[in-house]
Design a protein around this ligand. Structure first.
Ligand SMILES: Nc1ncnc2c1ncn2[C@@H]1O[C@H](COP(=O)(O)OP(=O)(O)OP(=O)(O)O)[C@@H](O)[C@H]1O
Length: 495
C-alpha cells in the first residue's frame, strides 16, 4: 500500500483529528489532504514535465501539504528550508532543475528574482466541496519512484541530492512504527527542518499511524523563552531531535519528567549522543525510553538503534549505535561502516560520478560507504568511531579527533568538547585545538594544566591537544547539529 494511501486511510478514519499543530493553529487530517489536493492541482496545471518539485518554506502545515501534494502527482519533492542562504538555494535550483517551485513562505530580496516563476501557496483556504472519498491516488509515487530528494550540506562544491525512493521510506516507516514505542494518537515533536532528513522520523510514522505533529518554528528553536513556553504548554509523547537540541532543553531545570508526564520516548539521530547527554537525560527522565539511532541521509534517516539504559551507559564509555533495522545488513570493511539493503537510497540525483563513488553493490544488494569508522562488538552491537575524514596525521600518528573528544567528555568538568586540527599552509597538521565548554566560569592556565593532567591518564601523549580554547557554548547549524564549520571559522579558519 502506498504511503499516501495509508495517510488518506487515517484521514478517513479521523478527519478532524489534528495532523499538525503550529504554535497558534492546529490543522486536521482533512485539511491536510484538502490542501495537498489543491497543491497537486496547481502543480498539474503548471508543470510541463515529471521532474521534481522544489518546496521552499518552513516547518509548517503549508510545506507539509506541498510535499504530500507533490507526491500525489507522482513527482518527488525537494524540501528547501526558508532560512537557506540565497546562494545555496540558487545552486540547488540549478542542479535540480525542478519542474515547478512552490513557495510556502513569503520571500524577499534576492529570492524574489530567484523564484519569479514560482507557485505561491502562502495561505490555505479550505475547499468546501472537498471530499475525502473522492481522492485519487492512482498517480501517487510508489515502489522505486523517488519520493524526495534532500540536498546534503556538502562541504565544498555542488550540493548532492540524495534521492530516496518510496520503498526506502516504506521500510523506514514500518521499522519506526514497529520497533519503537507505538505512535498512534501520539503528539510528536518535530524539531528539525524538512530539508534535514531527521524530519522523516516524525512525519511518516505519525501521519500513517494517526499521530499529531507538534511543529516547532525557527523562532521557537532559536529563542529559549519561546521554546520553553511551547514545550511546557504542549503535551508531547514522542520526542524527536538532535542530541544538541535536547542539550539546550536540559539547561532548563523545568525539563524533567515531573513536568512532562506524558513523554514516552526520546529518539535521537544526526550526530553523536554523548555519554554525558545520555546520563543527564536518564537522570531527568528515568522512566522515558531513550533511543539512539544512527544513519546517513543516503540510507533513509536511520538504520540502527539502541535503547540507552543505565546498563548500556555502565557498559559503554561511548554510547553505541545499536543493531541494524530489518532489511539492512551492516558490514565493517577496512574499519568503515558499510550499509547494505533496502534502506540504501537510489542515487545522488543526476550525479553519476558522485553516485559511483559512494553507492555500489555487494552480493546483488545495494550498498553505501558511510565514511564513518566503526566496529561490531562481541554482543553484535554497532559502535561508532567517528568520521573517517575527521582523522588526521599529527607527528606521524593517525589520530581520530572524535576519540579525543570522547575522552575529554569523560572528564567531570567538561560539558562539551570538540577537537579541530591546526594546519599550516601546506595542510600539514601542526597542532590540535580542543574547544571546550566547562563548568568553571573563568578557566585560567592552572585550570588547563589540571585538565591536561587528568586527560593524560586516559589518552596517549601524542593525542594531547596542543591548545585549549574555552567558549560559552557551541553554535548549532540550521539542522540543530553542532556547527563545526562555524566554530572553525570563529577561530580564524582551520583552527
Ligand atoms: N547516532 C549517531 N551517533 C554518531 N554519529 C551519528 C549518529 N547519527 C548520525 N551520525 C553522524 O551523522 C552522519 C549523517 O548525517 P547527515 O546524513 O545528516 O549528513 P552530514 O554529513 O551531517 O551533513 P551533510 O552531508 O549535509 O554535510 C553520519 O554519517 C554520522 O557521521
Amino acid at each position: 500500500m502506498k504511503l499516501l494511501e495509508q495517510i488518506i486511510d487515517v484521514a478517513k478514519q479521523k478527519p478532524d483529528f489534528t495532523a499538525l499543530a503550529e504554535k497558534d493553529r492546529a490543522f486536521s487530517y482533512r485539511e491536510l489532504m484538502d490542501a495537498s489536493v489543491q497543491i497537486a492541482k496547481l502543480i498539474e496545471a503548471e508543470a510541463d514535465s515529471m521532474r521534481p518539485v522544489l518546496v521552499f518554506g518552513r516547518n509548517d502545515f503549508l510545506s507539509l501539504a506541498a510535499m504530500l501534494g507533490t507526491n500525489l502527482t507522482g513527482r518527488a519533492y525537494i524540501p528547501v528550508d526558508a532560512h537557506t542562504p540565497a546562494e545555496r538555494t540558487e545552486l540547488i535550483l540549478s542542479v535540480s532543475q525542478p519542474s515547478v517551485v512552490i513557495l510556502t513562505a513569503e520571500v524577499e530580496g534576492n529570492f524574489k528574482q530567484l523564484f519569479s516563476q514560482a507557485i505561491d501557496f502562502t495561505a490555505y483556504q479550505a475547499n468546501p466541496d472537498f471530499d475525502l472519498d473522492k481522492l485519487d491516488t492512482s498517480k501517487a509515487v510508489s515502489g522505486s519512484d523517488i519520493n524526495y530528494i534532500i540536498y546534503t550540506s556538502g562541504t565544498t562544491g555542488v550540493p548532492k541530492g540524495v534521492a530516496v525512493t518510496h520503498d526506502n521510506l516504506v521500510s523506514f516507516t514500518r521499522w519506526m512504527n514497529e520497533d519503537f514505542v507505538k505512535i498512534s494518537d501520539n503528539q510528536i515533536l518535530e524539531q528539525p527542518p524538512y530539508s534535514f532528513d531527521l524530519s522523516i522520523f516524525s512525519l511518516y510514522p505519525s501521519l500513517t499511524q494517526g499521530g499529531s505533529l507538534v511543529s516547532l518554528s525557527k523562532d521557537e528553536t532559536n529563542n529559549f523563552k519561546l521554546l520553553f513556553e511551547r514545550l511546557n504548554s504542549t503535551t508531547i509523547n514522542t520526542w524527536i531531535s538532535t542530541p544538541s537540541f535536547v542539550d539546550i532543553c536540559l539547561l532548563d531545570p523545568s525539563f524533567v519528567e515531573a513536568n512532562h508526564p506524558s513523554l514516552q520516548q526520546f529518539i535521537f539521530c544526526g550526530e553523536e549522543l554523548t555519554h554525558k547527554t545520555g546520563t543527564k537525560l536518564l537522570k531527568a527522565f528515568p522512566n522515558v525510553a531513550i533511543y539512539n539511532t544512527y544513519g546517513p541521509t543516503e540510507a533513509t534517516g536511520a538504520i540502527s538503534e539502541i535503547q540507552v539504559t543505565p546498563e548500556i551507559l555502565e557498559q559503554y564509555k561511548r554510547v553505541p549505535i545499536g543493531r541494524a533495522k530489518p532489511g539492512v545488513e551492516l558490514r565493517i570493511i577496512d574499519k568503515e561502516i558499510v550499509i547494505l539493503g533496502d534502506s540504501v537510497a537510489k542515487e545522488y540525483f543526476e550525479n553519476p560520478e558522485k553516485t559511483a563513488e559512494a553507492f555500489f553493490e555487494i552480493d546483488g544488494q545495494p550498498a553505501y560507504h558511510t565514511g564513518d569508522a566503526g566496529f561490531i562488538d562481541e554482543r553484535g552491537i554497532l559502535n561508532y568511531n567517528g568520521r573517517i575524514d575527521f582523522q588526521v596525521k599529527f607527528n606521524g600518528f593517525r589520530i581520530e579527533l572524535q576519540d579525543i573528544e570522547s575522552h575529554l567528555l569523560g572528564l567531570e568538568q567538561v560539558e562539551k568538547a570538540l577537537v579541530l586540527p591546526q594546519e599550516n599552509a601546506d595542510h600539514k597538521v601542526t597542532g590540535l585545538v580542543a574547544i571546550l565548554v566547562v563548568k568553571e566560569e573563568s578557566p585560567d592556565r592552572a585550570y588547563t594544566k589540571a585538565l591536561k593532567a587528568e586527560l593524560s591518564t586516559s589518552i596517549m601523549d601524542y593525542m594531547m591537544p596542543t591548545k585549549f580554547v574555552y567558549v560559552d557554548d557551541f553554535p548549532l547549524n540550521q539542522n540543530g547539529k553542532v556547527d563545526r564549520k562555524a566554530l572553525e571559522a570563529s577561530l580564524g579558519g582551520k583552527a
